[in-house]
Write a protein that binds this ligand. Structure first.
Ligand code: MLT
Length: 408
């Protein structure tokens, strides 16, 4: 008899965004006349930047002749892309990350979900609440939790976010080996200061812990005081891994390309205290289970770092940031306390009412899709998340509809 991994039975029936998609499809079926505006899942709506499209086409053309055809590429990604990433995203900020530390992949969702495989099932996990559900669910699947207890799982250390701590919980009182952090934060849009990140790095060094830092929304940072990378924090290269994505940066949600930075200085241990290079371990895992991102996609990603690519990407992000500022302004004018919307494409709104009820009410009355805060954890109850990824016209219309629906 083939037996299942029973850790899966602890999970809620479906992934948050799958459940939302199901509800939206049902609503659309019952109301085919409704023009639904989607501001739920953070999925980009603008096309790929011109520079990326051109490089993408060129990459495909190269596959058309034997002389330039590419078969399997390097599992870690082509050198031209890893070099461009190291120079532009790190060395230009004075951070000594090299191309060798970079692992190109098909998404930060997969990498943040897969990275925990490297660690013991007895590793204690610190997870923010509210949080991107992938960190929680993948650790449940791996057997690091006890059973579900309402919106939580036994055995995890929850880092509680609140308006009091600005949704940037610190390490005080935490006991953990593996710490998940995400800034600019999904779902709250909060950003962490240098001092706040330094506290976590100091904690990790003192406790031989590891920080998994999700920086998928880094490109939205406009405040010069806010660090773009955990590796801008002294000591972080010994105790942190960083996940980046081209999805929200340059419209690659469907195209798929991301990368993970595992510095050569990062050391982890076995149960007897022997040291291991985390980079070697991840390389072992990555090269065994992954065969690389397609060549044209990597060409398209590298074009982000060309002169015209940088200008076009900045234009894209500015567009969504303008949407975010409109959403933030409208929700504040309507009297709601909000987080994010600046240095972030997400606006986290305290409605003070049951999150799923608010989601259903806005869907039914306004035909707008949001994300219920409680889907991101217990501390998200009473909140909704609004995504700025849509056209300006849709955002303006959605805000009129949402504010009207919330009034009644
Ligand atoms: C979100 O809406 O939270 C993100 O789009 C999910 C993801 O990036 O996987």
């Amino acid at each position: 008899m083939i037996q299942i991994n029973e850790n899966y039975t602890k999970l809620q029936a479906s992934y948050l965004f799958v459940e939302i998609a199901r509800k939206v499809a049902e609503f659309q079926k019952n109301h085919p006349e409704k023009d639904i505006i989607k501001m739920g899942i953070g999925d980009v709506t603008k096309p790929l930047p011109e520079a990326c499209l051109k490089a993408f086409h060129d990459g495909v053309d190269e596959l058309a002749s034997e002389a330039s055809f590419k078969g399997y590429g390097p599992e870690k990604g082509y050198e031209f892309l890893r070099q461009a990433i190291a120079e532009n995203d790190f060395q230009s900020r004075g951070v000594s990350i090299t191309a060798n530390d970079i692992f190109v992949s098909d998404g930060a969702k997969c990498d943040t979900g897969n990275f925990q495989e490297l660690f013991s099932t007895s590793a204690s996990i610190a997870i923010p609440d509210p949080v991107y559900p992938v960190y929680v669910d993948t650790n449940v699947m791996a057997g690091r939790s006890g059973k579900a207890m309402g919106a939580r799982y036994e055995g995890f250390n929850y880092l509680e976010g609140s308006e009091e701590n600005g949704f940037v919980p610190g390490p005080k009182g935490v006991k953990a080996d593996l710490i998940y952090l995400c800034y600019p934060n999904n779902p709250t849009g909060a950003v962490a200061s240098r001092a706040q990140l330094q506290e976590w790095v100091d904690y990790a060094i003192a406790n031989k812990a590891l920080i998994l830092f999700d920086a998928a929304y880094e490109a939205f940072i406009r405040d010069p005081e806010i660090p773009h990378s955990i590796f801008e924090i002294p000591g972080a290269e010994k105790v942190a891994v960083e996940f980046r994505s081209f999805s929200k940066t340059a419209g690659f949600t469907g195209t798929r390309c991301a990368y993970t930075v595992v510095p050569s200085a990062c050391i982890v241990w076995d149960s007897e205290g022997n040291e291991y290079s985390l980079q070697n371990l991840w390389n072992r895992r990555h090269s065994t289970k992954f065969n690389g991102v397609s060549y044209p996609v990597q060409k398209a990603a590298a074009a982000i770092y060309s002169e015209e690519g940088k200008i076009q990407v900045r234009g894209l992000i500015d567009y969504y940031l303008n949407n975010a500022s409109i959403i933030l302004k409208k929700m504040k004018e309507a009297g709601y306390s909000c987080t994010g919307g600046v240095n972030s494409p997400y606006i986290w709104v305290n409605t003070g009412k049951d999150s799923w009820e608010t989601f259903d009410m806005i869907l039914n009355k306004a035909a707008v899709v949001l994300t219920p805060g409680s889907g991101f954890g217990q501390c998200g109850e009473g909140y909704i998340r609004i995504s700025a990824f849509n056209s300006l016209e849709n955002v303006m219309q959605a805000m009129d509809r949402i504010t009207q629906a919330l009034k009644n």
